[in-house]
Design a protein around this ligand. Structure first.
Ligand code: PMV
Length: 320
């Protein structure tokens, strides 16, 4: 039996992180510069039902029986079994690798569960639809993050830009003109859960002010959608920078992220903001083609541990 592999990209939130948890919209795009990969090998000479899971990057090499029931890998595997109506697994070895930085706002946890679910289901002879993968990945996110909006698992499962509102039907976003985005890593890891919990605490202490910030973010997201779909992204840069200011106000930026945003803007970027949960992780900057090199050098000089260039292509509406 040949080994079966599946991959899943990272993701970037262009607009609306954190406010999306409070039922406001967000815009997210897949990021193919990094990906998670799961490979399933049949191990016919192992005892029946022995499922070995190996993820070297996090020092994990255990059987499914040894994993805690609430471990993300266990939730994903049991999610696949439940979806397929399967009660036991053939002996196999699942290897998980990922080039997505962990706790960096790139959707690493969702991408891993999506790659794992896809590879396992295909290995079992029943490839899953994107929507089924999305449901499983959301269950994993709920276990890991408490109150996820679902934006990460959605954009990664479908692999398309989305205009996402919690508990609403998924809307795919058109991108009328290609965009060049620079992504810069602050090198600081920050888990999403505590960042979301911190915002909740501050929101509860001052609901009026925070409610206004979220409304202002929502307004930027809506303008950005119009701009991406009909005006070819010409106003996008300033909207991104405004979104960053609001993320500063809700307390999720850091001096390192602010320094990277400033460096990108000083080097001529059209706009820049942190992306994801904040507290560390990455910033994204919208750059004109002839500014890419200068902005990259400026970001590295301002402390970026690495940068990626993302050429976001045109997306038309999916065929229904
Ligand atoms: O997983 P991250 O760090 O990209 O953050 C996800 C975005 C948040 O809005 C902060 C949380 C959520 O569940 O939407």
């Amino acid at each position: 039996m040949p080994a079966i592999s599946a991959t899943a990209p990272g993701k970037l939130i262009l607009f609306g992180e954190h406010a999306v948890v409070y039922n406001h919209p967000a815009i997210a795009i897949p990021f193919n510069g990094v990906h998670a990969k799961a490979t399933v090998f049949a191990t016919p000479i192992a005892p029946t039902g022995r499922v070995r899971i190996e993820a070297q990057a996090i020092g994990l090499d255990q059987t499914l029986d040894q994993l805690a029931a609430d471990h993300p890998f266990a939730i994903a595997i049991h999610g696949v079994m439940k979806t397929l109506g399967i009660h036991w697994l053939p002996a196999c070895h699942i290897r998980i690798t990922s080039s997505i930085p962990i706790a960096a706002g790139m959707g690493s946890s969702a991408a891993v569960s999506i790659a794992l679910s896809r590879a396992l289901a295909t290995f079992l002879g029943h490839p899953l639809e994107d929507s089924a993968v999305n449901v499983i990945a959301f269950q994993v996110e709920q276990q890991s993050h408490g109150t996820p909006s679902g934006v990460d698992n959605t954009v990664i499962s479908f692999g398309r830009p989305v205009y996402f509102v919690r508990n609403q039907p998924i809307e795919f976003l058109m991108i009328r003109e290609p965009l060049d985005l620079l992504v810069a890593d602050s090198g600081i890891a920050a888990a999403t859960g505590p960042m979301v919990a911190g915002v909740l605490q501050r929101f509860q202490a001052d609901p009026e002010t925070y409610g206004t910030y979220f409304d202002q973010i929502a307004n930027l997201v809506k303008q950005a959608r119009t701009d991406l779909e009909s005006s070819a992204g010409v106003h996008l840069g300033p909207l991104m920078t405004e979104n960053h200011s609001l993320l500063q106000k809700i307390g999720v930026s850091t001096p390192e992220l602010d320094r990277l945003v400033e460096a990108a803007l000083d080097a001529g970027a059209l706009g820049a903001k942190l992306t994801g949960g904040g507290g560390g992780g990455n910033i994204i900057a919208l750059v004109a083609n002839n500014q890419i090199e200068k902005a990259t050098q400026a970001l590295l000089a301002a402390g970026a541990h690495r940068t990626w260039l993302l050429n976001l292509p045109r997306y038309k509406e999916p065929a229904s």
